[in-house]
Design a protein around this ligand. Structure first.
Ligand code: MLT
Length: 410
């Protein structure tokens, strides 16, 4: 029999969302008539913007002609899309990211899981707690942790608590680490980092020769003026950060798949002898070997999201979900629950009623209200006592969800 990667056996339980799905399915089978409202996994529900659809139709038609046919896409992405992203997402905010520092991909989930491959198996990793589970699981799979304890904390990983006292965002660790995953606006807590917080992180990373793996997949949800949308808005970040961005939650691409990684040319790691090595070159090398590019029609659709019409349509989508988040915040507040996030993010983070564990709260909402959310403990030990509701739903379902929660007695 073939020898397996034993590190996979350390993974505590299943991946969070399939486990949520399993419980929901069991409930559905037991209550086939229940009117389920799903505010669990953050998956968009509104149709694709017209400008995106039109561009994709045109791209498909083009590929049906002799002169317009295209085979493999360039593995780093078509320059027309890299240029549109560099101009709209970075240049317009005064940020210096060159088009060819942008690596187009099929999703931030894969990117944030794959990035660790270019670093040493001995690299010390810090993750926010609670966190997007992919950061933890991908490092466990790669052998950078010991086993999990009863709370689900893996030996060897450094957990950075995101509590009410820290504003539900992590603070720099006081021990040396090589890589830190940061996510702002944060999944799951819905908090967004201020300029001062990010300046502290960049200064810390420069002092400690660490690299920040900055996931800004929800950047388009930032509503408060002055909050950075990119880590590269911070002076010195080009020497210490890699950024992950995505069109999933902004232009509705969860089904189409399009994201990117921005890797500045100055960013360096070191080899076994201590000599500096370009991270850009390593990531480029990995990308070229393991990825064959995103489909041309999808990239054409993504570029259309960066036209003035596309940008207006994206804004409308984001505003719709943000209005949902506001309705959730108001409704939960009037039901007597303490809430966080939801202003610069499509996620509302709520404190479970005193003494109620987050999976217990999940089961109660499901059983009593046919409502699906995500238990905080699924995002890490410090998520216990909290619960995440996603604003990605139709407005009438959000209002119905709020009504059901208001009827519950906490
Ligand atoms: C979430 O619900 O946390 C996200 O949808 C997961 C993802 O983007 O992969």
């Amino acid at each position: 029999m073939a020898r397996i990667n034993d590190h996979y056996l350390k993974l505590a339980g299943g991946y969070l969302f399939p486990e949520v799905g399993r419980r929901v399915e069991a409930f559905r089978v037991a209550h086939p008539d229940a009117d389920l409202i799903r505010l669990g996994i953050g998956d968009v529900v509104l149709p694709l913007p017209r400008s995106v659809r039109d561009a994709m139709h045109r791209a498909i038609d083009e590929m049906g002609t002799e002169e317009g046919f295209r085979g493999y896409a360039p593995d780093q992405g078509y320059p027309f899309l890299q240029q549109a992203i560099a101009r709209v997402e970075y240049g317009s905010r005064g940020v210096e990211i060159a088009p060819d520092e942008i690596f187009i991909s099929d999703g931030s989930k894969c990117d944030s899981a794959n990035i660790q491959e270019i670093f040493s198996p001995e690299a010390r990793i810090a993750v926010p707690d609670p966190t997007y589970p992919v950061y933890v699981d991908s490092n466990v799979m790669a052998g950078r942790s010991g086993p999990a304890d009863a709370n689900g904390s893996y030996a060897g990983l450094v957990y950075l608590p995101c509590t009410e006292a820290t504003g539900f965002l992590p603070e720099p660790p006081d021990e040396p680490v090589d890589l830190v995953y940061l996510c702002s606006p944060n999944n799951p807590t819905g908090s967004a980092a201020s300029r001062e917080q990010l300046e502290r992180w960049v200064a810390w990373a420069n002092r400690n020769q660490a690299i920040l793996l900055y996931d800004a997949a929800y950047a388009s949800y930032i509503t408060q003026a002055g909050l950075p949308h990119s880590i590269f808005e911070i002076e010195g970040a080009r020497r210490v950060a890699i950024e992950f961005r995505s069109l999933s939650k902004s232009a509705g691409f969860t089904g189409l798949r399009l994201a990117w990684v921005a890797v500045p040319r100055e960013l360096e790691g070191r080899d076994a002898s201590g000599a500096a090595v370009s991270i850009f070159d390593l990531w480029k090398r990995r990308h070229a070997t393991k990825f064959n590019g995103v489909a041309y029609p999808v990239q054409a659709g993504a570029a259309a999201a960066y036209t003035p019409e596309g940008q207006a349509e994206v804004r409308e989508l984001v505003d719709y979900y943000l209005a949902n988040a506001r309705a959730l915040l108001e409704g939960l507040g009037s039901a007597g629950l303490r809430t966080f996030g939801g202003i610069n993010a499509p996620y509302v983070w709520l404190e479970t009623p005193a003494g109620t564990g987050s999976w217990e709260f999940f089961d109660r909402l499901l059983e009593e209200s046919s409502l699906v959310g995500t238990p905080g403990a699924g995002f890490g030990p410090a998520g216990e006592g909290y619960f995440r509701l996603s604003a990605f739903s139709k407005r009438d379902r959000i209002d119905e969800a709020v009504g059901r929660i208001e009827k519950l007695r906490f």
